[in-house]
Write a protein that binds this ligand. Structure first.
Ligand code: HEC
Ligand code: HEC
Ligand code: HEC
Ligand code: HEC
Length: 155
């Protein structure tokens, strides 16, 4: 009899903990992560390079704690016009518009301007243009491949 009661108690505690855990998970997945490990498997069948760690939050908060980059420097609308966003606004993923996958290959003899445009159709091109161009023009932030893509640990 006593055993049965303890069992019942344990079962109730178990269910309560399960529900509590589930609600924490739901809250976490709604919020934007502070740091992304960029691992977009919809864009690349296989990652040949080490994964880039992108400090999303740090980029957008003001100096001295962050780099003070406006949301609209990276997030824009279907015409490429910068979006004004608030902390919790939903956004479209870059791949939804820059929707060509894998790494672009320059067609022989293509003019420089056309190649630049073509690269932007690719998620690969949009990502490197956004990230690397700002680091270059601003004179701060990584521009070398290995600074964003750490060498993969050998298996
Ligand atoms: C400012 C950071 C940054 C720099 C510098 C950079 N990349 Fe990337 N790279 C990224 C991000 C972000 C992605 C997208 C990864 C994802 O979302 O899965 C990416 C994706 C890639 C991919 C496709 C995924 C893979 O691992 O196969 C390759 C290849 C790549 N980069 C090569 C390079 C090379 C070569 C250079 C130097 C010429 C370079 N990158 C410089 C940030 C960077
Ligand atoms: C330096 C560039 C940059 C800045 C600044 C930036 N973001 Fe992002 N944001 C990204 C990238 C890259 C992703 C990943 C998108 C993807 O995977 O397609 C992202 C993802 C997101 C997501 C989706 C998160 C998820 O889990 O799917 C939201 C929401 C978001 N950003 C909102 C914002 C808001 C609001 C601001 C300004 C306070 C902001 N971002 C500033 C580049 C930036
Ligand atoms: C709703 C569609 C859409 C989404 C989502 C989107 N883009 Fe774009 N993006 C565009 C369009 C349209 C242009 C303008 C293309 C042109 O000028 O040829 C553009 C232009 C760009 C450019 C070139 C900017 C310049 O000044 O030359 C970069 C870099 C870029 N996008 C990166 C990103 C990144 C990174 C993300 C995700 C954080 C993203 N885009 C999300 C549609 C989108
Ligand atoms: C509009 C400007 C701008 C854009 C766009 C931008 N960055 Fe940065 N990034 C910076 C600045 C400024 C720093 C700080 C450099 C310093 O203080 O040393 C930085 C630093 C970094 C660093 C090193 C420090 C850290 O916080 O990890 C990484 C990695 C990085 N950026 C990745 C990215 C990636 C990936 C993207 C594209 C998704 C991106 N950045 C887009 C401005 C930008």
């Amino acid at each position: 009899m006593k055993n049965k009661r303890i069992f019942l108690l344990l079962a109730i505690v178990g269910v309560a903990m399960f529900l509590f855990g589930a609600s924490i998970n739901a809250a976490e997945s709604d919020a934007v992560k502070d740091v992304f490990e960029m691992n977009n498997t919809d864009a690349f069948a296989k990652h040949k390079k080490g994964l880039c760690t992108f400090s999303h939050k740090k980029h957008s908060i003001a100096a001295p704690d962050g780099y003070g980059v406006a949301c609209g420097e990276c997030h824009h609308d279907k015409d490429g016009k910068p979006l004004e966003l608030k902390e919790d606004d939903a956004v479209q993923g870059c791949l939804e518009c820059h929707d060509k996958t894998e790494k672009p290959k320059k067609p022989k003899g293509m003019a420089k301007a056309d190649w630049k445009k073509m690269k932007l159709e690719y998620y690969y091109g949009a990502m490197h243009a956004n990230c690397v161009d700002c680091h270059k023009s601003g004179g701060a932030g990584p521009v070398k491949c290995s600074e964003c893509h750490p060498k993969k640990a050998k298996k």
